[in-house]
Design a protein around this ligand. Structure first.
Ligand SMILES: [Zn+2]
Length: 422
């Protein structure tokens, strides 16, 4: 079976037009009027195919093909349609449109299924409204109670509960709609890589084996504010110097850390007072540590605490380190990865088994089912910006591999064929 790439591109062109910032990238936040336009478009396409549609109380869309007479658990394919402010065309959307096209093809070919195939579209993946990423898949997998959704607010002080309710969704139902373990067979997400590994290695496909976990620390260093001209160097306690020593230390030790997958990033520095001729009083910065192995994150944590303590002694500073965010690394399903690899080999695709440094809805779904992920190259690794770009032939390869994996998991003659090959 083959996808028709021109239909995927047409869908993309139509949905990309729903942006709050024409000419300045895609701005399509969940629960906005642009989101509503994109949903209307997709729901119309789903209607044309007569799929079994459910929209849960958080706006996650599921559209099932071949369900009525099959008792087997469905395979979910899809991603998200929301964006960051001034984002790109491909992030999320490509995975949704690939899934939509695959169901079109299955239907046109009258594929005889052994299990249903479902398009899934997650709400609010980017965290654009409330600063919490993957909120749709978190709600779907039961990570938030209704009460918590009432207490989380956006920049205008409006709660998740009220925003979602005002969008016309039955948010009061979400606790009854949680997806439990073993309610679906598997889930596969096609996504752009958002990094430059595949392009650099000239591969058209990435098959993800693990998604990195992360810890975010807020570090506060306090010293003594004083005159830049009259305070001798040996009488200073300068928190900005302390911060720079910590940041430089982490950069160099993590570069040579025991695991090649560990990364650490310093960001969001605030300095008080922030003046050209005054030694600052207080500096606050964040350290974001990520790895697919928790040992890597623990390594950054240990180095951070040791270096901060050392610097505080030498420079007479006070320090406070607080863990402000955390997510666990996730191993994806070996069963699904094996199918993806088999199908990539069979179809002559040059692929790389790799990790994902970014977190995706697939990571949350891996708590409840077998999950696989396909990456396609992002040119220059750019994402979350209007320059985000993936080549047509790579998009086609990614869609095609997803289709082959769905065939191997759900289409009768392919599944039997798979069994014979074992
Ligand atoms: Zn995404």
């Amino acid at each position: 079976m083959e996808i028709k790439i021109e239909r995927v591109l047409k869908d993309m062109e139509n949905i990309v037009a729903f942006t709050k910032t024409p000419g300045k990238g895609c701005t399509r936040f969940s629960f906005s009027s642009e989101d509503q336009q994109a949903r209307d478009y997709l729901l119309a396409e789903i209607k044309k195919m007569d799929l079994v549609l459910t929209v849960d109380g958080f706006g996650n869309i599921r559209a099932r093909y071949g369900g009525e007479e099959l008792n087997d658990l469905p395979i979910l394919i899809g991603s998200h349609i929301d964006t960051v402010a001034n984002g790109g065309k491909y992030d999320g959307l490509i995975g949704v449109l690939a899934a939509l096209e695959i169901i079109r093809v299955l239907k046109e070919e009258n594929a005889e299924l052994i299990r249903p195939v479902e398009l899934i579209i997650f709400s609010e993946e980017e965290g654009s409204n409330f600063g919490i990423t993957m909120l749709g898949s978190k709600v779907l997998t039961g990570k938030y109670s209704l009460n918590e959704l009432k207490s989380i607010k956006n920049g205008d002080g409006k709660s998740v509960y009220d925003v979602v309710k005002d969008f016309g969704l039955a948010i009061d139902n979400v606790e009854n709609e949680v997806l439990r373990k073993h309610e679906v067979d598997s889930m596969i997400e096609l996504h752009i890589e958002q990094g430059a590994v595949l392009e650099t290695e000239k591969k058209s496909i990435g098959i993800v084996q693990a998604i990195a976990g992360m810890k975010t620390y807020r570090v506060t260093l306090e010293g003594e504010s004083n005159h830049a001209g009259t305070t001798p160097m040996n009488l200073r306690s300068d928190p900005l110097v302390g911060a720079s020593l910590v940041i430089a230390h982490l950069q160099s030790v993590v570069k040579d850390s025991p695991l090649p997958t560990t990364v650490a990033t310093a960001g969001k520095i605030t300095c008080e007072p922030n003046l050209p001729n005054v030694i600052p009083q207080k500096v606050e910065f964040y350290i974001d540590a990520r790895d697919v192995e928790m040992e890597g994150i623990d390594f950054v944590t240990k180095e951070l605490f040791q270096k901060v303590n050392e610097v505080c002694k030498v420079h007479s500073l006070k320090c406070h380190i607080e863990l402000v965010g955390k997510s666990d690394s996730k191993q994806l399903s070996p069963r699904i990865r094996k199918i993806l690899e088999q199908e990539a080999i069979k179809n002559g695709l040059d692929y790389k088994v790799m990790n994902s440094g970014a977190v995706h809805d697939a990571a949350l779904m891996s708590d409840v089912t077998d999950v696989g992920m396909i990456f396609i190259p992002s040119i220059k690794g750019k994402s979350h910006c209007p320059e985000e770009f993936s080549k047509l032939e790579d998009i086609k390869d990614g869609c095609q591999l997803l289709l082959h994996a769905v065939e191997a998991l759900a289409v009768k003659k392919n599944v039997i064929h798979e069994l014979q090959n074992r």
